[in-house]
Design a protein around this ligand. Structure first.
Ligand code: SF4
Length: 243
């Protein structure tokens, strides 16, 4: 689903109108565009924010090809939207939690400007990134949810492990786990991170490993991590798109 929108400002937009309007007038944000695959309203399915209503902005393009990828439709498809128009589209939904995701959102150089613009508009902003690119340019007010790719993805050689040093308390790591080898890989990475540095999520690959098995391993090892099920797959079904 590709959504287009114009810069229509309703009464609800008044709070942050001056900043955004000035930005547009100056051509600072207004002339920057991003390729957007879809924008949709759903329940956040992953991370420590799981269960909350959330507006998702899925950007086009990904530099990885994970074996279990369920969003291949975002590799190419999409339409250009000005950052200003994306922000207004998000604001008009009335949802105060927004996640920018992909594909890989940091592939597009303008993404940090979108994230900062959403924050300036008064929204709580999450970024989900595949962990292969430097998160350094991202506004620290954004909660960055960073994947560490495990071996069964076929992409673990692409991890930018320098990101582990860049994480703060509002940020999260996510390990998608399909095998015991993945689990041991994740546990080893965990051993290199000071406890409490950020939130940690272990997420079983849907239909590849039983959640109860992963739960047992976590409990046996006393790991201080969150077992993170992909809630949206239980609600809408594993094949549903744009939810
Ligand atoms: S990083 Fe995400 S979108 Fe890209 S191939 Fe892997 S699972 Fe798919």
């Amino acid at each position: 689903m590709i959504l287009r929108c114009g810069p229509v400002l309703g009464p609800a937009s008044q709070k942050c109108l001056p900043l955004l309007f000035i930005s547009k007038k100056r051509g600072y944000i207004g002339q920057m565009a991003l390729k957007v695959n879809e924008i949709f309203h759903s329940i956040q399915g992953e991370s420590s924010w799981a269960g909350l209503p959330c507006l998702f902005v899925r950007l086009t393009g990904c530099n990885l090809r994970c074996a279990y990828c369920d969003t291949g439709y975002a590799y190419e498809q999409g339409s250009l939207m000005e950052i200003f128009d994306i922000i207004e589209r998000v604001r008009r939904t009335g949802c105060h939690l927004v996640e920018v995701t992909g594909g890989e959102p940091l592939l597009q150089a303008e993404t940090p400007q979108l994230l900062s613009g959403l924050i300036e508009a008064g929204l709580t902003v999450l970024l989900e990134t595949n962990g292969s690119l430097d998160i350094g340019p991202v506004d620290p007010r954004c909660a960055r949810i960073v994947d560490v790719k495990c071996p069964s993805s076929g992409m673990s050689h692409k991890n930018d492990l320098g990101n582990l040093q860049r994480l703060g308390k509002r940020d999260e790591l996510k390990f998608v786990i399909g095998t015991r080898k993945d689990y041991e890989f994740a546990r080893a990475i965990l051993g290199t991170i000071p406890e409490g540095k950020c939130k940690i999520n272990f997420s079983p690959i849907f239909n590849a490993i039983e959640a109860r098995l992963l739960a047992r391993w976590i409990l046996e090892d006393r790991l201080p991590v969150r077992l993170n099920l992909q809630l949206h797959k239980f609600i809408w079904g594993p094949e549903a798109k744009g939810v």
